[in-house]
Every structure is written in structure tokens, then in C-alpha cells.
Write a protein that binds this ligand. Structure first.
Ligand SMILES: CC(C)(COP(=O)(O)OP(=O)(O)OC[C@H]1O[C@@H](n2cnc3c(N)ncnc32)[C@H](O[C@H]2O[C@H](COP(=O)(O)OP(=O)(O)OP(=O)(O)O)[C@@H](O)[C@H]2O)[C@@H]1O)[C@@H](O)C(=O)NCCC(=O)NCCS
Ligand SMILES: Nc1ncnc2[nH]cnc12
Length: 467
């Protein structure tokens, strides 16, 4: 029995038809009560006689949370959530907005996320007859759960067995509901290659707000994509050293393992500056990625590991770092780095705080988000970069803006980006290009988000999320 529908009650065709009547009546009632709003009805598209189970209810709840992000710009007037109906979980959201704009976001959610493929979202507005189709809004028709054909074709031709449908649903459930990812025992070469992939994939993406890419130096007048390639190549030896430090570490005090790494990290900074003629390309990445490489090597000494275990190891490695580096800062110490200044001025702990917490944004926001995306790798990674940019305090951005207030502006830009469909639509890409131009004009850059994306790519390569 496929776990995701195990213990789910079966329903009759009549129950399914009665429920369709019930849903339509409720939608109409809500449209009458809120004549200027858009009524969004949300349900799952599950083939066969089983329409619900505890795992499907959990998935529905997670999906509803994700959908709300896509429609965040439309004020929520009312909502009704009915999770335990035998005919499947249902929700009704009443939003203030136009039918086209809301429908566009609903389809963006269905198309851009893996779990979205399981959702069926209807939009209704009193007095507006036409239901816009996916094609009207520039999207491909809904795809079959099992193959790449349009779903309508497979349903009409009964192309697949029900069991195959359940297996596809189980795969979608597994891909989106596990917050901890397993990493098997990678070789040193595999780990170092994944680190290099992180550095090189990130700098190759375009367009990115203010960051260096193959077409533009962004807001960095001292760097080009070649500077990043030279810097990456110069760091390969460091990542091999970071791996052996983790793999060979014997003992229980992992802070000693980090202190050993830190010596190699300082040397790596010199190698970076030599390769870039004194430009800081990857100082943050040397710190963050070095820690992760060492943690992976240590965690997989004897067996496979999980991202949850990696987080524990990294928090152990960095115990005391913030206190030692920042709170103990001598007030008259000069010159202060950006991070040190921001700690003194705003009590922001920057990348040190992120690392000492075990990179929660990477493990609990960026990686699950990347796992849930579909499409080309570049599209998935651009959307993940923007998801990160809306989730961190980027000391690089704050330094360049001269105020932490830029963080709230960044969060609004991220919402605006996803409200246009993100990297999947011409409007989303146009928005990102315009944002890049704005960042260049204002000399802004999200170097911290870029470093978190590098870490996310590294783990995604090791966990098979990126192949
Ligand atoms: C702990 C260190 C990284 C030192 O930190 P520091 O105090 O020097 O500065 P921070 O601002 O705290 O962080 C440094 C870089 O970390 C990246 N970063 C910022 N915020 C975050 C975040 N929330 N999460 C993850 N990473 C974050 C960011 O690095 C990227 O941007 C840099 C390129 O941008 P740019 O603006 O060009 O940088 P600059 O050259 O400084 O500006 P301009 O002169 O061009 O205007 C690049 O570094 C990217 O990686 C932050 O910049 C660690 O270095 C350390 O401990 N140093 C001490 C010596 C040592 O022990 N080294 C070995 C450590 S293993
Ligand atoms: N592409 C990029 N541009 C500027 N700073 C960065 N730090 C890491 N990646 C970067």
C-alpha cells in the first residue's frame, strides 16, 4: 500500500458529485457576500476513490501556506479551511484583487512548485463570467502527474494505472514534506566538486540584483566573472584541506576542528587575494562553505548523514564564535570589518550568527524551496536566490545601503518578483532585470544571499536535488 493514501477512506461517485455541488454552492454564496472580491477555492487533485489521508491533509496545509505567499499582495478578507472532509481537504480564500491577477498567481503556484501539481484552484468573482485559462495567461496546460503530456490527454485516454498515479503522488509528497535531506557517503572528490559547483553555478546565473554575472560586473567595479572564476580555482586546494580536516578529526570538541579550519581559511583568503589581485570575491564563502565542507566530511566519516545532523555539528563547531569575535570586540580596535561595524552599531551578527545557528536559512528555507521548484536549473536557482534574499539579514547589502532598513525593502522586492511569476514568466524576469539595474545604480549588492545560494547548491548537489 502506498503510504500517502494509506488509511484514507474511500468515497463513492455520488459522494464526489454531491461534494462538487456543495463546493459550487459555497463559492457562489461567498461571491454574493463579497461582491467585489475574488473567491479562491482550493482542493487536491487526487485520482481514484481515496481523496484524503493524514499525509494528504499535511501536504494540503503546507501547500496552502505556500499559496498564501503567492497571493500575499491581495488583502485576505475571509478564509474557510476544512481539512478533514472525507472527500478531501478544502479551503476558500476571499481576496481583494482582480480576477486575472489572482488567477495568474494561482497558476504560478500550481506551475512553479512540485506540490502545486497536486492542487486544483478555482477563482470566481461575482458578475465576471469568463474564467481565464492557463493558456490565456501564458502558461502551458496542466501537466499529467505521471508523464509530460497535458493531463487532459491522459485522462481522456486512461493512459495510466491508478497505482502509477499513487506512486507519483507519493514522490511529490516525499519531495516536498521532508525537511531533512539525506546525504550518502560522498568521496572527497565529490564534496570538493560540489563546493566548486556552488561557486561557479552562482556566478553564472543572470540577472542577479547588483551581483557579478557573465554579462555584467553588477555593483562591483572591482570584479568580473573572470575574477570569480580565478578565485574559485584558487580555492580548490582549500576545500580539499577542509575535507581532510573534517574527515581526519579525532576528538569530541568540534570547536577545535573549526579552529584548525580557521587557520586554513586565513591562508585561503590570501590565495583568493593573490588570484584576484587583492579583490574580496569569496571571503564570506571561504568562511561559510569551508565550515560546511568540513562538517560534511566529519559527519560522513562512518555513515550517511542528514541536514539535521549537519546543523548540529556546525552549531557545535561554532560554539562561542559570536562572543569571541563580536561581543569581545575591543571598542578601539581598528579597522573594523563591515560585520564588526554592524555588530557594534546595530547588534547584527551577520554571517557569524547565521553560521553559529547552523545556517537555518539554507537548511529550512532555501533547500526545501529548491526541492519544491521545477523547470530549468537556472530558473530554479534564480528563484531560490530571491527566496534567500527575502529571508536573511545581508550585512553586505546593509553595508552598501548604509542602513538595516534596506532589509524590509528587499523583502518587498522579493514579494513583487514572485507576484509576477518569478523566473518562469517574462514579467518576472523583466522585473528582476530592472531590479538589477536599480541595484547597480544604487551600488547595492546581495553578496550574503549569493553566499547562502552557494551553500544551498553545494548541499543540493550532494543530496541529489541538483543533478
Ligand atoms: C566571519 C568572516 C566572514 C568575516 O566577516 P566580516 O566581519 O569580515 O564581514 P561580514 O559582513 O560579517 O561578512 C563577510 C561576508 O560574508 C558574506 N555575508 C554577509 N552577510 C551574510 C549572511 N547573512 N549569510 C551568509 N553570508 C553573508 C558576505 O560575503 C560576500 O560578499 C562579499 C563581496 O561583496 P563586496 O561588497 O564586494 O565585499 P567588499 O569587498 O567587502 O566590499 P567593497 O570593498 O567591494 O565595497 C564576498 O565576501 C562574498 O563572500 C560578506 O561580505 C570570515 O572572513 C572571518 O572569520 N574572517 C577573519 C579571518 C578568518 O578567520 N578567515 C577564515 C575563516 S574560515
Ligand atoms: N556573484 C557575486 N557577485 C558579488 N559578490 C558575490 N559574492 C558571492 N557571489 C557574488
Amino acid at each position: 500500500m502506498i503510504r500517502v493514501i494509506q488509511d484514507g477512506p474511500t468515497i463513492t461517485l455520488n459522494q464526489a458529485l454531491d461534494n462538487r455541488e456543495w463546493r459550487s454552492h459555497r463559492q457562489t454564496q461567498l461571491a454574493k457576500r463579497y461582491p467585489t472580491a475574488v473567491v479562491v477555492s482550493v482542493k487536491l487533485n487526487i485520482p481514484g476513490p481515496i481523496k484524503t489521508s493524514r499525509p494528504l491533509q499535511d501536504l494540503f496545509r503546507r501547500g496552502l501556506g505556500c499559496l498564501r505567499q503567492y497571493v500575499v499582495d491581495f488583502p485576505l478578507i475571509d478564509d474557510q479551511i476544512l481539512l478533514t472532509r472525507p472527500t478531501g481537504p478544502e479551503a476558500f480564500l476571499v481576496l481583494q484583487g482582480t480576477l486575472t491577477a489572482v488567477k495568474r498567481q494561482a497558476i504560478a503556484f500550481e506551475s512553479a512548485t512540485v506540490m502545486g501539481r497536486l492542487f486544483d484552484i478555482d477563482t470566481l468573482q461575482a458578475g465576471v463570467a469568463t474564467q481565464l485559462s492557463r493558456q490565456d495567461l501564458g502558461y502551458a496546460p496542466r501537466q499529467c502527474l505521471i508523464c509530460d503530456q497535458p493531463a487532459k490527454v491522459c485522462i481522456k485516454t486512461s493512459a495510466h494505472q491508478l497505482q502509477a498515479g499513487y506512486q507519483a503522488i507519493q514522490a511529490i509528497y516525499d519531495a516536498t514534506m521532508q525537511d531533512t535531506m539525506v546525504i550518502a557517503q560522498p568521496t572527497q572528490a565529490t564534496v570538493v566538486q560540489a563546493a566548486m559547483a556552488g561557486l561557479l553555478y552562482e556566478v553564472s546565473l543572470q540577472p542577479k540584483p547588483g551581483l557579478v554575472d557573465p554579462i555584467s560586473p553588477g555593483a562591483h567595479d572591482d570584479m568580473t566573472v573572470m575574477t570569480f572564476i580565478d578565485s574559485s580555482l584558487a580555492l580548490m586546494g582549500y576545500f580539499n584541506t577542509a575535507f581532510t580536516i573534517g574527515r581526519d578529526f579525532a576528538g569530541d570538541d568540534l570547536t577545535a576542528m573549526f579552529q584548525t579550519l580557521r587557520v586554513a581559511g586565513r591562508e585561503a583568503e590570501q590565495a583568493m587575494f593573490a588570484a584576484t589581485h587583492g579583490v574580496n570575491t569569496h571571503k564570506g564563502a571561504i568562511f561559510s562553505l569551508g565550515i560546511m565542507v568540513t562538517a560534511v566530511a566529519y559527519a560522513t566519516r562512518l555513515t550517511a548523514t542528514t541536514t539535521a545532523q549537519l546543523q548540529e555539528i556546525m552549531t557545535h563547531m561554532l560554539t562561542g564564535l559570536v562572543a569571541q569575535d563580536l561581543t569581545a570586540l575591543a571598542t578601539n580596535q581598528q579597522p573594523l570589518t563591515a560585520g564588526e561595524q554592524q555588530y557594534q552599531q546595530y547588534r547584527l551578527t551577520g554571517v557569524r550568527g547565521e553560521a553559529a545557528a547552523g545556517f537555518p536559512v539554507v537548511l529550512h528555507t532555501a533547500l526545501p524551496f529548491l526541492q519544491s521548484t521545477t523547470g530549468q536549473t537556472t530558473q530554479r536557482l534564480l528563484d531560490t536566490l530571491m527566496q534567500i534574499a527575502g529571508a536573511i539579514e545581508d550585512t553586505n547589502l546593509i553595508k552598501r545601503a548604509g542602513t538595516p532598513a534596506i532589509t524590509a525593502e528587499m523583502q518587498q522586492w522579493v514579494r513583487d518578483y514572485f507576484a509576477r511569476g518569478g523566473s518562469k514568466t517574462p514579467a518576472g524576469l523583466a522585473y528582476l532585470t530592472a531590479l538589477d539595474d536599480q541595484f547597480i545604480a544604487r551600488h547595492l549588492s546581495i553578496g550574503g544571499a549569493a553566499d547562502n545560494l552557494i551553500l544551498t547548491i553545494f548541499l543540493a548537489k550532494l543530496g541529489g536535488v541538483l543533478v
